[in-house]
Ligand binder design. Sequence first.
Ligand SMILES: [Zn+2]
Length: 315
Amino acid sequence: MISKVGIEVIDAHAHFMTYNTVKAIIERASRSTDESQFEKIQKRVSSLTDMKEFTLPDEKWDAAQMWVDELNKYGITAIGMMVGTESWDEFTEARRRFPGRFLGYANINPADENAVELVKRAGKDGFQGIKLYPTSWSFHASDEVVYPIYEEALRQKLLVIAHFGITIGTQADLRYGNPLDLQKPAHDFPELNFMIAHFGAGFFREVLMLMYQTDNIFMDSSGSNSWMNYLPYDLTITKIFEKALKAGGPERIIFGTDSSFFPRGFRYNILEAQYNAVRSICPQFCYSDDDIDRIFRGNILRITGLSGLDRTEDD
Ligand SMILES: [Zn+2]
């Protein structure tokens, strides 16, 4: 399938938000304060992101069908979804209905007593990875408590994705936000692949250093990368790609949009901007059209061990 920008595209980073996901988010948040949580979330979302409108998923929504319609509209081959336990079954069903269109990454909180069990289940259910949120769930990626999770991820051949740096939630604890925490696990698990979301969401310098210091850490380009507004120097998306390519090469950058909610749907503007940015600096920093294909499609398949997208439970 050829996308609207003219090449085949897999979006490696998005979120499968269903009625149950949003319900769980609001319930978790409402334990800490009594202000209307929905209004609060909506306020932050509209002031800090490009999402002007935000519609709560309805119980009757068919999220799987809505996403596939979006993918077809823009010619996107597949999309990688972060999935919470509350929407796990719906997601598994979505993959069954639309084979090859969804990659799955299970959100894992190392503090959950059944965390390792969930990683195992993710492998058995045909997920491609797991997602860790150190700043939201207050742990260092290098903590001992996370090691059994890495061990199971390795057994299940799952990619480990981590969000460091700033995030939309005010509660995020930046003491756990430094991607350098990943260096030790990356050395201890040389066979495991790690992907840092949003180029490190502010810790860009650290992520670039990790490109030098490790072999199995990759960076995803997802989202608006508005973290660049919180750095003491000027960056543009083109400059970010230029630096990332110089430090990591085209094999270690993975395209993503961080698409999540409707009515915004698939964030085509991000694909367009990032594709134009990469085009403008290749071939100076890339080597060929094949390298562009790696960034926008090939790398995510390679690091999740997918040659096609039809991995099933009995693999
Ligand atoms: Zn995300």
